[in-house]
Design a binder for this molecule. Structure first.
Ligand code: IPM
Ligand code: MG
Length: 366
């Protein structure tokens, strides 16, 4: 099969980690008889530097023409980079938001898994972490506060800023269906997270999710308020299977969940629309402080490529080969700096490797 993939290396460590992910994908192609066709587009700061905007219409068209998009990361240091002196709609992040919206990528899947091999990295007390956890945060990605009307105006000589949070029942229904579909393939539990004790949009969310749940009698549905969910994630993360939530809550909770794993350099994500098309990217940012030093962890991007094979191409065996290679490389004792134990004695049992070497080690294990 020919896989037509658009790559967005982006900024910071993005280009390095995407290079390694391509290496692993090529090895998969060779082993299973697929041809990988890559086309690069610019987004974020890399695009601002060349075109003056974070994403051009041509780049969007190129992405639309592909089967899937594999992204590294975008953005720079917000305190020092000249990109952040620009108007908000010309900054790197605006490119990502525009891409999500233009491709209608409304379903954002963010797995947060505590790997057995990295259990020591979990910042929670051992009595909590020993239960392990494996959750999927399903975040709505093209609605809510991110895309509502916003403006700042002067009222009686004072500035007043407004952002609006709107959800239609159709927007809620389509993400809820995705959430329940995913739950059916997992442990069949959905925790729908909202703020229904305060917000109208959350009350509608709850109502629509309950309607959708009727079509999934095997799935257990529970509702949880977002503030409680933030607590439960550190108190008892093992209770979660699928967390289904709106855009802003999902943004915040997914960062919290990834931190709880202690290994954000390992976490992948997928953003899907109603077709098989998807955008795949690591959950972490562009880490400008370590860019170009060959010390970044490429595993989250490699695992994003695995999600791409699974969700956009239905290539489960191939995706399993990547996931297996990641497990093996960890079992074999290789660690990039971010997942290396902090204590010297503990670290002595492992081999510290850079970004490129990690890519090679993974490639050899495909
Ligand atoms: C994320 C990021 C983005 C978001 C930013 C870069 C706009 O934090 O993907 O979670 O808030 O969605
Ligand atoms: Mg975020």
């Amino acid at each position: 099969m020919e896989l037509n993939i658009v790559c967005i290396p982006g900024d910071g460590i993005g280009p390095e980690i995407v290079t390694e992910a391509k290496k692993v994908l090529d090895a998969v192609g060779e082993k299973f008889g697929h041809t990988m066709k890559y086309t690069d587009i610019l987004m974020g700061g890399a695009s601002i530097d060349v075109h003056g905007v974070p994403l051009t219409d041509e780049a969007i068209e190129t992405a639309k023409g592909a089967d899937a998009v594999l992204m590294g990361s975008i953005g720079g240091d917000t305190a020092t980079s000249p990109w952040y002196k620009l108007e908000p709609n010309l900054r790197p992040e605006a490119g990502l938001l525009k891409l999500r919206k233009s491709l209608q990528l409304f379903a954002n899947l963010r797995p947060a898994i505590l790997y057995d091999e990295l259990a020591g990295a979990c910042p929670l007390k051992e009595e909590i972490s020993k239960a392990g956890f494996d959750m999927m945060i399903m975040r709505e990605l093209t609605g809510g506060l991110y895309f509502g009307e916003r403006y700042t105006k002067e009222v009686d000589g004072k500035l007043v800023a407004t952002d609006t949070l709107t959800y239609s029942e159709d927007e809620i229904r389509r993400i809820a269906i995705k959430g329940f579909d995913i739950a059916m393939k997992r442990r069949k539990k959905v925790t729908s997270v909202d703020k229904a004790n305060v917000l109208d949009s959350s009350r509608l969310w709850r109502k629509v999710v309950e309607e959708v749940a009727k079509d999934y009698p095997q799935v257990t549905l529970e509702h949880m308020l977002v503030d409680n969910c933030a607590m439960q994630l550190v108190k008892d993360p093992a209770q979660f299977d699928v967390i289904l939530t709106e855009n802003m809550f999902g943004d915040i909770l997914s960062d919290e969940a990834s931190m709880v794993t202690g290994s954000i350099g390992m976490l992948a994500s997928a953003s899907l629309n109603d077709t098989r098309f998807g955008l795949y990217e690591p959950s972490h940012g562009s880490a400008p402080d370590i860019a170009g030093k060959d010390i970044a962890n490429p595993i989250a991007t490699v695992l994003s490529a695995s999600m791409m094979l699974r969700y956009s191409f239905d290539l489960d065996k191939e995706a399993d080969a990547i996931d297996g290679a990641v497990k093996k490389v960890l079992q074999d004792g290789y660690r990039t700096a971010d997942i290396m134990p902090q204590e010297k004695e503990e670290a002595a049992a492992f081999k510290l490797v850079g970004c490129k070497e990690m890519g090679d080690l993974l490639t050899q294990r495909i």
